[in-house]
Design a protein around this ligand. Structure first.
Ligand code: WQD
Length: 343
């Protein structure tokens, strides 16, 4: 079985490639490396002792995307490729819609042309409206609060309409909660560009001494300790969730959404404490104002994925913190080659 992974060099994509290869799938990776490094794929090859084709292609380049389908037999697509920074999407919405929506439309049109009608889509918990009740269930009210979340919601709608038009498609919409951690080897992990937006990579860079201290965005939320509560999930659990979704997609037709979360919420202070316990490293922090657009609490009901995919998260917050630090401490500059300072 041969799977095309768009955005396969990214954080979740690279971890999913490892699991796919270990499960015996053949893979082809398409990535434009705008927010990822080819080095991550070299590490995937090292970790799995498997080889695979890599195409440096932008989904907006229709001709080059078509060539990938021309040159390869593809049974299904796992579609990760897309911009994903909430704050950035507010300042450059046209770029986000162009990249995420138009790129997906090009992909789907070519899939249709080559009769590839199986797809697992990388969606997000941001498609749930701010008033949705926790624990979030898949048929909860949907609504985006930023352009990034809107692109995910629109692509979910596009895929539902594709199925209505042609019921031979088989589609899984995977709504991620907060992916953190890294492969146990420490060879692949999260490598954000510049100053991290997300909590865990910020914490690990403070632990590594690259950043001074963590700003805790608000301590006046209606939560047990006033700081934001999220459903953190180990990226390896998330990767395995994709394998399970792929199996479901390959054995039937339809379009279904699934939460990939643990069902457990941890606050910012809980996460700091868990990280300090797991690594024995103190994380200095100070409380600042809330970050605009943040919500108080977000965590999943993972029951549908458990029932229909036979999947549930296995790793706990200690595993997530330990593996996140193992990656950061072994790769202080992420995938960038170590700076050689010549004296
Ligand atoms: C988590 C908590 C912050 C940074 C985002 C995207 C979502 C998904 C995951 C793609 C919040 C607090 C954070 C910091 C802090 N990505 N925080 N100081 O915002 O829940 O979700 O990433 O799909 O779409 O929206 O994740 O890690 O940014 O924040 O106090 O320096 O940590 O307020 O409570 P978020 P996050």
């Amino acid at each position: 079985m041969s799977i095309l992974i768009t955005g396969g060099a990214g954080y979740i994509g690279s971890h999913t490639c490892v699991e796919l290869l270990n499960a015996g799938y053949d893979i082809i990776v398409l990535d434009n490396f705008s927010n990822s490094s080819p080095e991550s794929l070299n590490r995937v090859k090292e970790l799995t002792d498997r080889d695979f084709k890599v195409y440096e292609v932008d989904l907006l380049d229709r001709e080059k995307v078509e060539l990938v389908f021309e040159e390869n037999h593809i049974d299904a697509v796992i579609h990760f490729a897309g911009l994903k920074a909430v704050g950035e999407s507010v300042s450059i919405p046209i770029y986000y819609y162009q990249n995420n929506i138009t790129g997906t439309l090009v992909l789907l049109d070519i899939m249709k042309k080559y009769h590839v009608k199986n797809i697992v889509f990388s969606s997000s918990a941001t498609v749930y409206g701010t008033h949705a009740k926790v624990p979030l269930v898949e048929d909860e009210i949907l609504g985006a609060t930023n352009p990034y979340g809107s692109t995910k919601l629109m692509i979910e709608q596009i895929l539902k309409d594709v199925f209505i038009a042609d019921s031979s498609w088989s589609i899984a919409l995977l709504r991620y909660f907060n992916p953190i951690g890294a492969h146990v080897s420490g060879k692949i992990g999260e490598d954000p560009k510049g100053i991290p937006n997300n909590l865990m990579p910020y914490v690990t860079q403070v632990a590594a001494g690259k950043l001074d201290r963590l700003s805790v965005f608000g301590s006046d939320y209606p939560t047990h300790d006033g700081t934001g509560v999220r459903d953190y999930i180990h990226v390896m659990d998330l990767a395995i969730g994709h394998i399970k979704a792929l199996e479901k997609v390959m054995n039937g037709t339809g379009v279904e959404a699934y939460n990939l979360g643990t069902g457990v919420g941890y606050s910012v202070l809980d996460l700091i404490n868990a990280f300090e316990q797991a690594t024995n490293i103190k994380i200095p922090y100070h409380i600042t104002d809330r970050r605009p657009g943040d919500i108080a609490t977000c965590y999943a009901s993972p029951m549908k994925a458990k029932k229909e995919l036979g999947w549930e998260a296995k790793k706990d917050i200690n595993d997530m913190c330990r593996d996140a630090w193992n990656w950061q401490s072994n790769n202080p500059n992420g995938y960038k080659k170590e700076e050689i300072i010549t004296i």
